[in-house]
Design a protein around this ligand. Structure first.
Ligand code: SF4
Length: 364
């Protein structure tokens, strides 16, 4: 599906950049007619022997990505972007070209770590300008500022709809498996196509609560395997609050400021995102955010779903455990390695968790 999308974008004369997780300025790519396709692994076994070039105690995301790039899986694309998400992806940015895993341009983007402030804004703006220069080398056309303003508006509309689906989840007449398939299509569809699909789905967002299952909150990295949602749905629950790095943490908490210089607006957006351990920041602030999200959504239990060996996510897990134990929230911890499907053992744990949480809700 992702390759088919790349080929159809090529027919439109657009370059394609494969993007490693998590955060990057999509608006800039849209403004410069560069199609982006995200590479979250891909899931399943590595697509070649090159995964073995990385130590086995690195996460499956980078090991699978190297194998995928080296086996020619992304050859239809024109470049790869390595955001500075973690040491593993930064290492991959060096390993992939050096080991013959990727011979086309390797772009880098350092997103801001930590709090907002004048120096941080200036830093992000410089990073954006640098990335725009690299994209101009790729496309042969410089960034046109009015086009960036239009791209910011387009992505703001996408963010609004994605945010509405997640924050008003109980009022959306759509099962989790379908909702997450829809949201994740934004990882590779052109923004106009993704917006059109979201707008159709928004007709199912009403004023009456339609989700009747056990409401759960999920925090984690990427919802793989997607069969997780089938298992949760058949166990009688739904995801009332999402804090996946790939999903909820990429929806800004406030809309872009009106007007002003578009590069400044884009730099400001980086500081409107929910707390994410891949961007550093204050752990207490993140814990307060998670508790607020949990309470506001009416969730009755928390699933922590992380990738094995993922340092940024795992760093916060003890704090999450403490915070949610203090408020008496039931918690289930799952660790994955981009498997194609959940094991029978994990499905049984999910079913038992939903049953326990559901029983607790009925208790007087
Ligand atoms: S799963 Fe964690 S360690 Fe692996 S690439 Fe993502 S952020 Fe980095």
């Amino acid at each position: 599906m992702r390759t088919a999308t790349i080929l159809s974008e090529k027919m439109l004369g657009h370059k394609t950049v494969v993007v490693l997780p998590v955060h990057y300025p999509r608006e800039l790519f849209t403004a410069m007619d560069v199609h982006t396709v995200e590479l979250w692994g891909p899931p399943g076994p590595p697509r070649g022997p090159d995964a073995g070039r990385i130590q086995p105690y690195a996460c499956a995301v980078v090991r699978n990505a190297l194998a995928f790039l080296a086996s020619g899986g992304a050859d239809a694309a024109d470049a790869v972007l390595f955001p500075h998400t973690c040491d593993s992806i930064q290492g991959l940015a060096t390993l992939a070209p050096d080991f013959g895993g990727w011979g086309k341009p390797a772009l880098r983007y350092l997103h801001p770590k930590g709090q907002d402030g004048p120096a941080a804004r200036a830093f992000v703006r410089a990073e954006l300008a640098h990335l725009a220069d690299r994209l101009a080398e790729l496309t042969g056309r410089p960034l046109a500022i009015p086009r960036l303003a239009a791209a910011i508006e387009l992505h703001a509309r996408i963010d609004r709809l994605r945010g509405a689906f997640l924050s008003r989840r109980a009022f959306l007449d759509m099962a989790d498996p379908a909702l997450y398939r829809l949201l994740r299509r934004g990882e590779f569809l052109g923004p106009g196509d993704h917006l059109a699909e979201l707008a159709v789905a928004a007709r199912g967002l009403g004023e009456v609560r339609v989700q009747r299952g056990v409401p759960l909150m999920v925090t984690g990295y990427v919802p793989e395997p997607m069969t997780l949602f089938d298992s949760l749905a058949s166990a009688g629950s739904f995801v009332a609050a999402d804090d996946y790095a790939a999903v909820g943490r990429r929806v800004p908490l406030s809309p872009p400021a009106d007007g002003g210089d578009p590069l400044d607006m884009l730099a400001a957006k980086a500081f409107t995102m929910p707390p994410c351990p891949t961007r550093g920041g204050d752990q207490d602030v993140r814990m307060a955010y998670l508790e607020t999200l949990y309470r506001r959504s009416g969730s009755a239990g928390l699933i922590v779903h992380v990738q094995k060996f993922c340092e940024p996510e795992l760093f916060d897990v003890p704090a999450i455990r403490r915070r949610f134990a203090r408020i008496g929230a039931p918690m289930l911890y799952l660790e994955g390695e981009l498997e194609n499907s959940l094991s029978g053992q994990v499905v049984t744990r999910l079913e038992a968790f939903v049953e326990m949480v559901g029983a607790g809700r009925k208790a007087p």
